[in-house]
Design a protein around this ligand. Sequence first.
Ligand SMILES: Cc1cc2nc3c(=O)[nH]c(=O)nc-3n(C[C@H](O)[C@H](O)[C@H](O)COP(=O)(O)O)c2cc1C
Length: 160
Amino acid sequence: MKTLLVYYSYTGNTKIIADMIKEKVDCDVVELKPKTPFLEEDYQAIVDKYQSNESSKECVEIEDINIDLSDYEKVIIGTPVWWYTITPVLREFLKNNDLSQKQVYAFVTNAGWLGRTFKEIESYCDVKKELNVQFAEDYREHKCLTSENEINKFIDLIKE
Ligand SMILES: Cc1cc2nc3c(=O)[nH]c(=O)nc-3n(C[C@H](O)[C@H](O)[C@H](O)COP(=O)(O)O)c2cc1C
């Protein structure tokens, strides 16, 4: 059973979790990239720009992923939380790729305000297991507050 890990990370926290998964699960990995990259030096401008992310459900163009989804039975998706829900980058992927026949595992990273992130993911596909990973409010610390044990439990379920 082939597994695909698809994630977006703006400032690196989600990538930390994706790397942990990649280390323990035999999977192909796709890092989603917006065609116009979000730059870290624009952090505050991006926070301001996406304030209406939850209501507008905006997407952004992403680079081609060159993956044939039909090769995979399991798909792991990961994203930071932007204004209480998924990023426009992951939204673009979910809108254009039908995961309804897949076993989907979803993880998200945030600073404590999860909002309706999983609800939006569930509006695109059924999800077998969800993991909410909290990081310190200052993203530059890259400090994970969720226990490694909890993350490993999620990873073990993927491997079942
Ligand atoms: C535009 C933007 C909006 C954010 N909105 C939220 C939010 O609604 N709730 C929350 O807990 N954290 C929010 N954050 C913090 C990030 O979710 C958190 O730092 C996450 O771990 C970053 O992941 P990344 O480093 O992979 O990009 C926001 C960050 C940005 C840049």
